[in-house]
Design a protein around this ligand. Structure first.
Ligand SMILES: [Zn+2]
Length: 414
């Protein structure tokens, strides 16, 4: 059987670590829920050894057990050192990506003599063994700065990771240095030489993150192994961002000559428009007008020839249908009382029972008695105090459905 392509979304790890943008633990949870609904393979959802992530991690693992996340795998990112892995195991995380730098630049200028090429492999092998002995389900090993790493050494590193028991190796184009042709050849060579599934982790410093991800995945598959593309929602991430999840899926589905490269999981694209808008809202970062699929102009036509052509047949100027990506009403029943009236009842940090119950009734949710309603209302107050943004319908639904997990998620105390 021909190998396939899977998606690992790293928004909740890589994007949230970027400068000037962040998510609350409740918002990270919502993204896991949407990724699960979409059918994405895995969410790199946390730094498991980081103390303020602990309650969020445990609660999300519970949500997974309760079926709220579908088949989404929740994987934690650690440095590939034993202390990080052993520190992460008590959280209950059992899927890992373990990261260490492999380029001479980083070995010389980051580790500054602490590690050399040989020691890098030794540290990684020990970290993999620690995760294995701790009962890990899956282990990915990340070669940070793989694109600037000597290919001979990279092959040696990937081979050592495979022999140590890693399930996959992540080819990190940490600086966005690669090109589609370059990454295709390098990943194909790694695949052929080592025969281990390969992840493509591409940044966008040269504007090629999506192209590189797709080309790298093609290289892995042509080399005979499964490919895993690392993505982020709306393409946000360190510096110029990383490979946009939706763009990668659209490219594989609608790009020239890519139809023989199959996505391994059934993807439900109807969640995408809502998820993109939620991420934009939660991060406080507008979606660019020209963003593929979800930008305001993605299906807009005005120029004479274009509008005329699109009206005659949308395929004249549209590669795929907007209906495919779903619709978005982050807040409808809860906030909008009655259009076109501007009267609204909302619920949040300082709400009382009457307004709260009114909002939930609009969502079709009722409570057996006032005690049960009070219990959820208190969580709504805390959730709003926590996110400092008006709560959207799906957040209100989550709070009512999983109050105990939400209580845990909202508990962030130093
Ligand atoms: Zn990255």
């Amino acid at each position: 059987m021909k190998p396939k392509i899977y998606f690992i979304d790293v928004t909740n790890r890589d994007t949230v670590q970027a400068s000037r943008i962040s998510l609350s633990k409740l918002q990270k949870t919502m993204l896991n829920i949407y990724l699960g609904e979409m059918g994405i393979h895995q969410s790199e959802f946390a730094f498991p050894y980081t103390r303020h992530e602990q309650n969020y991690i445990k609660a999300n693992l519970e949500l997974k057990e309760l079926g709220a996340l579908g088949s989404l795998i929740l994987e934690g990112w650690c440095r590939a050192i034993v202390s990080d892995v052993s520190g992460a195991l008590p959280t209950g995380v059992r899927d890992f990506n373990l990261s260490i730098s492999t380029s001479d630049q980083m070995i010389a200028k980051k580790f500054q003599g602490k590690l050399d090429r040989e020691r890098v492999i030794k540290e990684m092998v020990e970290a993999v063994a620690c995760a294995r002995n701790g009962g890990a389900h899956t282990i990915g090993v990340n070669a940070e700065d793989a694109s600037r790493t000597d290919l001979g050494y990279l092959i040696e590193f990937v081979q050592a990771a495979k022999e140590a028991g890693a399930d996959r190796v992540r080819y990190c184009d940490t600086l966005g240095y690669d090109t589609p042709m370059g990454i295709y050849e390098r990943v194909k060579t790694l695949a052929e030489r080592v025969k281990v599934p390969l992840e493509q982790h591409c940044h966008n410093d040269l504007g090629m993150a999506v192209a590189n991800s797709v080309a790298g995945a093609k290289g892995a598959i042509d080399g005979g192994v499964d490919a895993y593309i690392n993505t982020s929602i709306n393409g946000l991430g360190e510096r110029a961002g990383q490979a946009d999840l939706l763009s990668c899926i659209l490219a594989l589905r609608f790009g020239r000559d890519l139809d023989s490269y199959q996505i391994g999981d059934p993807i439900n694209l109807s969640v995408v428009y809502k998820m993109a808008n939620y991420a934009s809202y939660a991060f406080g970062v507008p979606i660019p007008i020209n963003q593929p699929g979800v930008g305001a102009n993605a299906f807009a036509h005005e120029a004479g020839i274009h509008a005329d052509g699109a009206l005659k047949d949308r395929r004249n100027y549209e590669l795929y249908d907007c209906e495919l990506l779903g619709t978005c009403q982050l807040v409808d029943s809860a906030l909008v009382e009655e259009t076109p009236s501007r009267r609204v009842i909302t619920t949040g940090e300082y709400s009382g029972l009457a307004g709260f119950k009114h909002v939930y009734e609009k969502l079709g949710i009722s409570f057996p008695d006032n005690g049960a309603a009070e219990h959820v209302l208190e969580l709504v107050r805390y959730a709003n105090a926590h996110t400092q943004l008006p709560l959207v319908d799906d957040e209100l639904r989550l709070i009512a459905k999983y109050p105990e997990q939400v209580r845990r998620i909202l508990t962030v105390s130093p």
